[in-house]
Design a protein around this ligand. Structure first.
Ligand SMILES: *[C@@H]1O[C@H](CO)[C@@H](O)[C@H](O)[C@H]1NC(C)=O
Ligand SMILES: *[C@@H]1O[C@H](CO)[C@@H](O)[C@H](O)[C@H]1NC(C)=O
Length: 338
């Protein structure tokens, strides 16, 4: 159903790949372990995400940030439980070379570390920056049902912005929401013909839902996103309708009578009022990162070839051209990735 987006012609892609290779073959500069920088949310115990991550910036002896890769084996990272008595299974791949002098370090925990974690970052045999980093426990893994009770504290911890421009804009036509009216109108207007609507209610941090229509299998993606959130923070009680179909559904204008209904969707367009969340491909790949998916928002940071051309917004789902696995266009997404 998704319209074809812009795709790059193979010769142009090849050219760009070649340019990237040439750039990377310059002589590697010496790295100073003391002056190099290490930072990011993956060094904090209280930020529980499916894949924790932090960055390493290679810095030269005279204090300049390297802007080319010093070699993809420049840094070694080890991540272990702080307690020798506690074994925690942690997937620790090599740092991802971003080819600009910086690296992205990802790790995925398959158990919680009660006492904490110790993270060592080394260049050859020397500790880098303030390594070893001690994360005082508990350090929770993705599947721990360990919600922070106070949503405000959670938002601060995760540095959530106090407002989000696109969401605010999408909600602007809905200064107040009449749930009773939605209960009557949503099934008639959106579920009978297309039938890809799911009605969610969150009550006491439990998730309840009912499907409205025949084409609601993709609720597995909205389910997993909400479940992941509910494990991390006690959600307020709320209720909403999500359209899990391929196209936006609400085409009434803000000043029409009757007015539009606030429908959550994964796809929008310039002539619809749907409220857009990151699409299932983005949320699913984020939840499943380092477990087989390769087109998640972290992995693609290793694909540093620049793609010209902006994905467009005025259709159904946007096909974003992301270069991975030999430049296949992939990752259908509700917002631009690169
Ligand atoms: C080096 O890189 C770090 C991380 O991106 C940045 O914060 C810092 O300002 C850079 N330093 C210089 C001198 O450009
Ligand atoms: C590291 O670089 C070597 C040589 O350029 C390459 O063969 C290898 O695949 C790279 N490894 C990773 C993990 O990117």
């Amino acid at each position: 159903m998704a319209p074809a987006g812009r795709r790059m012609s193979p010769p142009l892609l090849l050219l760009l790949l070649c340019a990237g290779t040439l750039r990377a073959t310059g002589a590697a500069e010496a790295v100073s372990p003391e002056r190099s920088l290490v930072w990011g949310p993956g060094l904090r115990a209280d930020i529980a995400v499916p894949v924790r991550y932090f960055y390493i910036q290679a810095v030269s002896e005279d204090g300049r940030n390297l802007t080319a890769s010093p070699g993809n084996k420049s840094f070694k990272v080890s991540i272990k439980s702080l307690s020798t008595k506690e074994f925690v299974r942690i997937h620790v791949p090599d740092p991802l070379d971003r080819n600009d002098g910086s690296f992205l370090m990802r790790y995925r925990m398959y158990g919680s570390a009660g006492e904490g974690l110790v993270i060592e970052v080394r260049h050859h045999d020397q500790h880098v920056a303030h390594s070893p980093y001690i994360l005082k426990g508990p350090v929770y893994h993705e599947y721990c049902d360990c919600p922070e009770e106070d949503p405000d504290i959670w938002q601060q911890t995760y540095s959530c912005p106090s407002s989000e421009e696109q969401i605010s804009k999408d909600f602007a036509p809905f200064p107040s929401i009449d749930l009773k009216r939605m209960l009557e109108e949503v099934p008639k207007r959106f579920a009978e013909s297309r039938g890809a609507i799911v009605h969610y209610t969150i009550l006491n941090n439990q998730i309840y839902r009912r499907s409205l229509g025949k084409y609601t299998d993709f609720k597995m993606f909205s389910d997993e996103m909400l479940q992941s959130l509910a494990r991390k923070v006690r959600l307020p009680d709320f209720e909403f309708y999500i359209n899990v179909g391929d196209w936006p559904v609400e085409h009434r204008k803000a000043n029409d009578t009757p007015g539009p209904l606030p429908m959550i969707s994964w796809c929008g367009s310039s002539d619809s009022r749907d409220i857009i969340l990151p699409t299932y491909d983005v949320t699913h790949s984020t939840l499943e990162a380092l477990r087989g998916v390769t087109n998640d928002l972290l992995s693609i940071q290793g694909h540093t070839v620049q793609i010209p051309g902006e994905p467009r917004w005025d259709g159904g789902c946007v096909q974003v051209p992301v270069s991975h696995d030999g430049g296949q266009p992939g990752l259908e997404a509700g917002f631009p990735i690169l």
